[in-house]
Design a protein around this ligand. Structure first.
Ligand SMILES: [Zn+2]
Length: 436
């Protein structure tokens, strides 16, 4: 048992429907076997539990662990390939790198770099876009298991229009996916996600095999891309007899509350109604949308249609692992949309980075907020004394203001500690994550 003492910020209620930031300045959190079993004023908990060891984190701010709902493991080494739109970026940056993951030893190194990136950014839960090679996906599961992260991932599948080494067949995709799911789904904090790359590179036969795999792996997730780029959308329509992009998945029964589609920058109203009706969540990836010039995300239309939205870094088109940066870019995008935008407060940004992601991944009862009964997944924001974030926090007018400063100024190097299920996975900004 450990008694944590900290200034705690989280969002137990959705700010898009009236919820507000919860701020407890001298908060006690009692953690037993990874679960928060009591929360209240520190002195009250101290009196009730006088003998438990205390971890005093009052110097910084304690937040729930970040939840990244869209991030590509094979792309960690190509972050920063700027200057190209989506389809050119795929051809010139992403796909050549993804082909290298046919070599399992190479993939293992990439998986190590990737998981280090997640932990350093304070990401404790992620829906990870895997690789096109089963051996590489194994290395991803191994690395996530080693660090104890909550990772949902799977084999990425495609059967057309990509370079030949990245292609499979519906039969092989199903067999390899089932084998991987058999090995990893439900092991520790790991789960399987059926993952066609996007319907541009997936025939109806492949999508049907994905539906069969989802049915064969109880509790599996489904993830893919949708409506990212106007040229891509046009190509998809021409391949599917004019079908709307969302419908290419929906007509195979792939959209459920356990599905997450990335981007959705250019949806029609009817597509939004379909997503809302299916309970499917959208991973909004703001730095990627800006870097590739994909467009400004219509958040207001999603919220008004009742579509669940969370944040994704979309590494490597996204420009890093930090969800502070994604939150800030989400805020910028809504500002730039003018009257069509949805002005965001710091509470919205924290919700999108934590509890909304937990909800999108079916983990709302386990993580996303620091309430009694939840797992202790938390990050300690601890800027270097004297740096602008530390100065800002010392002079913040309110908890909401302090949180705004975290999103405006915070970087991965401000994450001073990371806990998953009560285990500290990284401690100190310059140290590599410690193996469990
Ligand atoms: Zn992506």
């Amino acid at each position: 048992m450990t008694l944590f003492r900290a200034s705690v910020l989280d969002t137990p209620a959705n700010p898009f429907t009236g919820g507000r930031l919860r701020s407890d300045e001298d908060c006690g959190l009692l953690v037993e076997q990874g679960v928060i079993t009591a929360r209240g004023p520190f002195e009250t908990l101290r009196t009730a539990h006088p003998d438990e060891p205390v971890l005093d984190l009052r110097e910084g701010i304690l937040l729930p662990g970040m939840v990244d709902t869209h991030v590509h493991f094979p792309q960690v080494r190509i972050i920063g390939g700027l200057g190209l739109p989506l389809l050119d970026w795929l051809d010139q940056c992403a796909l050549p790198e993804e082909m290298r993951l046919a070599d399992v030893d190479h993939a293992r190194g990439v998986a190590h770099d990737f998981v280090s990136g997640l932990v350093d950014a304070g990401t404790t839960t992620a829906l990870v876009f895997g690789a096109h090679f089963a051996g590489a996906v194994d290395t991803m599961f191994e690395a996530a298991d080693q660090w104890g992260l909550r990772v949902t991932t799977g084999l990425v599948t495609s059967d057309r229009l990509l370079p030949e080494p990245l292609l499979t067949t519906p039969e092989r995709a199903r067999a390899e996916s089932r084998e991987l799911a058999g090995r990893w789904h439900g092991k520790g904090r790991l789960r399987y996600a059926v993952t066609p790359r996007f319907s541009l590179s997936a025939s109806d036969a492949l999508l049907e095999s994905c539906a069969q795999t989802v049915a064969e792996v109880p509790g599996a997730f489904f993830t893919s891309h949708v409506n990212e780029n106007v040229h891509e959308i046009r190509e998809v329509a021409s391949l599917f007899d004019g079908a709307a992009y969302v419908d290419t998945y929906d007509r195979h029964g792939l959209l459920t509350p356990r599905s997450v589609l990335a981007h959705d920058v250019h949806p029609t109203d009817r597509e939004l109604a379909t997503l809302a009706g299916r309970g499917t969540a959208v991973a909004h990836c703001p730095t990627s949308n800006a870097a590739l010039g994909s467009g400004l995300f219509p958040l207001r239309r999603h919220v008004e249609a009742g579509v669940r939205v969370a944040l994704g870094s979309d590494v490597g088109a996204g420009t890093g692992f930090s969800l502070f940066k994604e939150g800030l870019q989400a805020y910028f995008a809504q500002q730039l949309l003018g009257e069509q935008g949805l002005p965001l407060t710091s509470a919205h940004l924290l919700w999108l980075s934590t509890a909304a992601g937990a909800d999108a991944l079916g983990l709302a009862d386990e993580v996303g907020v620091l309430s009694v009964g939840r797992q202790f997944d938390a990050i300690w924001v601890l800027p270097e004394p004297g740096d602008p974030l530390a100065v800002g926090l010392a002079n913040a007018a309110s908890a909401d203001d302090a949180l705004s400063k975290v999103f405006a100024l915070g970087t991965t190097s401000d994450v001073g500690g990371v806990w998953v299920g009560g285990d500290q996975t990284a401690a100190g900004r310059w140290r590599r994550p410690r193996h469990r």
